[in-house]
Design a protein. Structure first.
Length: 396
């Protein structure tokens, strides 16, 4: 008996239904105490049904077997107490009936709980299947939108490209005028560079509707940030929005495509400018952080060398912020809250595609009325170069 009780407590202590098991143990002890005080009254033994029903809710067969064994032993212990002459056989029969009732109750209670468990498992499986169906539906919707993007690009790109070439030629001619000042030449050079970038993007869209693979090289993000700030500064000044840079003390070097990462930063600053008003502030911050477990696992599954340090480029504004219902859809292609003609809803989608192609991540945090923070994390070139060199040595 003490050994069975210790076993019961050991199993109950490890079970998540400790409250239920504690209640059933208390009931069991109370009924045992009542049996010891009135051994001739077999009605009290039927009280063992209560702890059996409670234990059944734990859905543990081993625990149920121990509970039934304890209840059977406690039921027959009453026979060891002195009884009136000629009543022993009657007591044995009565207590055997009680034991049969207890076993029957245990069987039906356990069967019912196991049936409920199977129903709950089936319901959970159905919910998982529904979730997968929603994911497949979203993927299909995304594919349809990308197909629409391809049709849009192929139908519009040629018509837009022709006048842009003409504009670029006139800009170059304007830069060769003898009356142009050095300051004007600098601004004309920026216009010419951006026109060339637009023409190149259109050419890429004509050849493929998918984002082209990066043509990476060693890239200092400080230089990238400074060039984009020089490009974007006039509209910020015109709107009286402060545009600041915090480039940090340590050089931020990544392995990336200059044109594509420049496109990403321009998109983010354009969004920040649209979300701010006069007197607000936009800050670009360069930094470093340790790679997350998810990022390390993604690189391992892709067969890429591990990188422990990520270089971060953060664009933080004090604008209007993004509501939660819009934030969850921020990366959907063609989703935009801007007026018709003011945006295509492709900026963040394409930006994330570019960053992911570089082995990085792009995340957004926003609070309505306080502002938005977009963080780009890219593998550090120092560790990436060391990992690639180690992999090359391993092959040799």
């Amino acid at each position: 008996m003490p050994l069975l009780l210790r076993q019961f407590k050991r199993i109950a202590g490890a079970n998540k239904h400790s409250l239920v098991l504690g209640g059933s143990a208390s009931l069991f002890l109370l009924i045992v105490a009542a049996e010891m005080m009135a051994p001739a009254n077999v009605v009290g033994a039927y009280g063992f049904v209560l702890p059996i029903l409670l234990v059944a809710t734990a859905r543990n067969r081993r625990l149920m077997l121990l509970t039934v064994a304890l209840c059977v032993v406690a039921t027959y212990i009453g026979l060891l107490r002195p009884t009136k002459p000629g009543r022993f056989v009657s007591a044995v029969i009565n207590r055997t009936v009680v034991v049969a009732v207890l076993i029957g109750v245990a069987y039906f209670a356990m069967t019912r709980e196991e049936h409920k468990a199977r129903e709950e498992a089936a319901r959970a499986e159905l919910l998982r299947a529904n979730a997968q169906l929603v994911e497949v539906k979203d993927a299909l919707s995304r594919s349809e939108r990308l197909a629409a993007l391809g049709f849009l690009a192929s139908s519009v790109a040629h018509e837009v490209g022709t006048p842009l070439h003409s504009i670029a030629w006139h800009v170059q001619s304007l830069g060769e005028e003898p009356s142009v000042t050095p300051e004007m030449k600098e601004k004309i050079a920026i216009i010419d560079t951006e026109l060339s970038r637009v023409v190149r993007i259109i050419t890429e869209k004509l050849s493929s509707t998918r984002q082209p693979k990066p043509a990476p090289s060693r890239l200092q993000l400080e230089h990238l940030v400074q060039s984009v700030v020089a490009l974007m500064e006039p509209p910020f000044v015109g709107k009286v929005v402060r545009l600041k840079m915090d480039l940090g003390a340590e050089t931020a070097v990544v392995w990336g495509d200059l044109a594509q990462l420049r496109q990403v930063l321009v998109n983010l600053l354009t969004n920040a400018l649209a979300a701010t008003k006069s007197g607000d502030e936009v800050v670009i911050v360069l930094g470093r952080r340790a790679a997350t477990f998810t990022e390390l696992e993604e690189r391992r599954r892709a067969g890429e060398p591990p990188v422990e340090t990520m270089v971060t480029l953060t664009v933080r504004d004090t604008g209007c912020g993004i509501p939660d219902e819009h934030l969850t859809r921020a990366f959907e292609p063609f989703f935009t809250t801007k007026a018709v003609g003011d945006g295509t809803g492709l900026g963040l989608f394409l930006s994330r595609e570019i960053v992911v192609a570089h082995g990085g991540t792009l995340s957004i945090e926003s609070v309505v009325g306080k502002g938005t923070m977009v963080v780009i994390a890219l593998p550090s070139y120092t560790e990436l170069a060391a990992g690639m060199a180690a992999g090359s040595d391993g092959k040799h």
